[in-house]
Ligand binder design. Structure first.
Ligand SMILES: Nc1ncnc2c1ncn2[C@@H]1O[C@H](COP(=O)(O)OP(=O)(O)OP(=O)(O)O)[C@@H](O)[C@H]1O
Ligand SMILES: [Mg+2]
Length: 446
């Protein structure tokens, strides 16, 4: 696997080398070409001047003085017809002159023949005659001075930049990659099921943000995992207890000597427990379906007041049995919502109000229709909920009164909350122990 570190270093060095090559290419094409022409012109001028001095001043000091004077900036060499060096100064040379080039200049050609194609642009050869003999003068600049020195300094600076830059980048890249490595290790831990792992957040850049979000995500995952295992243990407990009681009573029923009254009582308990299991599995399936986000959500426009009236009518046995008094204030109200889902909300809330009311209690249901939202308030004067329990009533399987445990699953309000979330609505509870409870659902109209 190519690590991000190798990739970063590779990309950095490639980019630097590519830009250097590119710059060099552009410079040679447009800039160096001009300089070569200039340098060659200069060399030719120096050469021609020297030749004229040399031709006039045969064997006197003038030639020597001029040569020495020029040796600071130029290297001059004169070859005779037998390719022998007859005059030269001691300026440092860069290019050795090839015999074939001396030959070509001796035969009267200038060197280089064509400016652009020659490999040695910084050297010129000039043919001249003296006393009927052919000579060749080669002039090249002193590469230790002026432009050439600067050129070399520039080149070495670029090279130094490349080397220092690359070494620095090796460390910088390591620093950059370090938190990513830490994140990878932490992810591996999470994959193994360890949700206690956290990464250090000591920077304020994108990686710092990533680390912060990672820690938040890990914490949430940990809580979710906790909830999941609690849920599984709750489900198994809720299934196990009715099963145990069914099993027990079925065993007792095997006894043929059982009196008839008892037999019927046990059978009705088995029936009740089976019913409870059936409701439990139905509610669990409903919750799982709502949780999956795959549950159909089909909002339509309908009359909310009619829906609530219908639910109250179908629940008549519940309130009739306890002789509850119902006060309805349901003005005509149109809303857009998922009809079936919302029906479940009213059923669960009203069932609770009926269930947790005392005989002869009063239940009121109000719709308050406003331009942007509408509220439904379901109020009872039943047993109420204590302050510490109120915060937990929407938890799955939570039941405040354990003695009433048998009469429910503790999932009703969890389903209500899920449906309220899907509608982007709000639910609020107000309750006082012994005085009653009111649930307010606020539905947005758009
Ligand atoms: N109107 C109410 N008055 C008093 N307590 C309530 C009321 N509504 C809910 N509660 C409390 O909140 C708990 C959770 O309610 P929820 O509807 O989720 O479960 P449940 O009614 O016990 O069971 P299920 O709805 O499955 O039959 C109830 O057990 C009860 O203690
Ligand atoms: Mg309930």
């Amino acid at each position: 696997m190519k690590s991000i570190y190798t990739k970063l270093v590779f990309i950095f060095i490639s980019v630097i080398i590519l830009s250097l090559v590119f710059t060099f290419f552009i410079a040679s094409k447009y800039f160096i070409k001009n300089i070569i022409a200039e340098v060659q012109e200069d060399l030719n001028e120096v050469g021609e001047n020297f030749i004229s001095i040399y031709q006039i001043n045969d064997g006197n000091n003038q030639v020597e003085t001029t040569l020495n004077m020029l040796s600071k900036n130029y290297s001059l060499t004169i070859y005779d017809g037998s390719y022998k060096v007859i005059i030269k100064n001691n300026a440092p040379k860069k290019f050795a002159v090839k015999k074939k080039n001396i030959e070509s200049v001796l035969s009267g050609h200038h060197f280089p023949i064509s400016k652009s194609s020659d490999k040695h642009p910084y050297i010129v050869g000039i043919p001249f005659e003296r006393n009927g003999e052919n000579y060749a003068l080669f002039v090249q600049p002193n590469f230790e001075r002026g432009f050439f020195k600067m050129h070399r300094i520039l080149f070495s600076s670029l090279l130094t930049t490349l080397i220092i830059g690359s070494i620095t980048f090796l460390f910088v890249a390591k620093l950059l990659v370090k938190p990513i490595k830490a994140l990878t290790e932490a992810t591996n831990e999470i994959a193994k099921g360890n949700y206690d792992v956290r990464v250090a957040v000591n920077r304020k850049d994108e990686i710092g943000f990533l680390s912060t979000h990672f820690n938040v995500m890990t914490e949430k995952l940990g809580k979710l995992e906790e909830m999941r295992s609690e849920f599984v243990s709750n489900v198994s407990h809720e299934i196990q207890s009715p099963l145990t009681s069914i099993k027990g009573f079925a065993k007792v029923l095997k006894n043929r000597e059982l009196v008839n009254g008892k037999r019927e009582h046990y059978i009705s308990i088995i029936e009740e427990e089976t019913e409870r299991l059936s409701i439990l599995s139905e509610r669990l399936l409903k919750l799982a379906s709502l949780d999956s986000d795959q549950h159909p959500f089909e909002p339509t426009m309908y009359h909310l007041d009619e829906q609530i009236r219908k639910v109250i009518v179908t629940l008549e046995p519940h309130w009739e049995r306890k002789k509850l008094q119902l006060i309805l204030n349901l003005p005509q109200t149109k809303i857009v919502a998922d009809r079936l889902l919302l029906e479940q909300v009213w059923i669960n809330l009203l069932q609770n109000a009926f269930k947790y009311s005392n005989n002869g209690g009063i239940i009121s249901v109000d719709i308050i229709d406003q331009p942007h939202e509408c509220s439904v308030i379901i109020k009872d004067n039943g047993i109420g909920i204590s302050k510490e329990n109120i915060e937990r009533i929407f938890e799955r399987f939570f039941q405040a009164d354990q003695s009433r445990h048998k009469h429910g699953t503790g999932l009703g309000l969890s389903i209500v909350q899920k449906i309220i979330e899907m509608h982007e609505a709000k639910i609020m509870v107000n309750s006082m122990i012994g005085e009653g409870t009111s649930f307010t659902v606020i539905l947005p109209k758009s």
